[in-house]
Design a protein around this ligand. Sequence first.
Ligand code: URA
Length: 275
Amino acid sequence: MPARSIPGQAPVPTPEDAPNRERLQKALARAGLGSRRLCEELIADERVTVNGVVATLGDRVDPDQDEVTVDGVVVGVRPGLVHYVLNKPAGVVTTADDPQGRPTVIELVPSEPRVHPVGRLDLDTEGLLLLTNEGELTHRLTHPSFGVDKEYLAEVEGIPTRGALRRLREGVDLDDGRTAPARVSLLGDHLLRLTIHEGRNRQVRRMCEAVGHPVTRLVRTRIGPLTDRTLGPGEWRELTGAEVQELRLAAVEVEEDAEDVDGAEKDPGSGTGHR
Ligand code: URA
């Protein structure tokens, strides 16, 4: 449809006039929300907003400019967004550029488009690390108010006592404050599984050290809903659209749960179930 013309006024642009505008369901499908048909249902069910306004079927968006949410969560709809999960090996730094010339995680994934790591793992920590060029998701997964569960396997010196496990579960006093309650299980004499949602520097190592059991090996095995036992050290794969959306939703859920826990001080240390 051409621009609508009102006598005496500049033409009003229609969606078709704006070269960057595309059907909302197409943009949502590209972002991994499901087939176009399914995305039409999301729109019809009023679960989608564009720039704060509930969307309707037939709406078009400029994927570079407009803010789209699904179920209240901002969804990156720009073309060219990529999301990788890497099994980081020990001895590789979580940075784009290391002044000391050590190998970096960026060198292990495709160089174009440029991505950044989501959070960081220490030089000697192994396991799952996300890399993406989607700023909204990075913010959601790393900002303290959106803490997402992260699960680690830690090999430690000595055999942790029940008292040490209780301290880890209830919170350990570190030099930057007491840690939030953690889920902790003893899987073997020297093997712990810890689930935390804070992202402090060297947190697991410092927690274990504080209770008398320095970590000898640390592997991250889960980020929110995301696990992967198939990737060998240094291997990566692209996340599916469904995995990306699950990560987005996990960040929201944790924020809501955190409010519940603050208010009720619920069973912080059962050491078993998953959120
Ligand atoms: N905790 C640590 O101590 N190190 C990491 O790399 C991640 C969590």
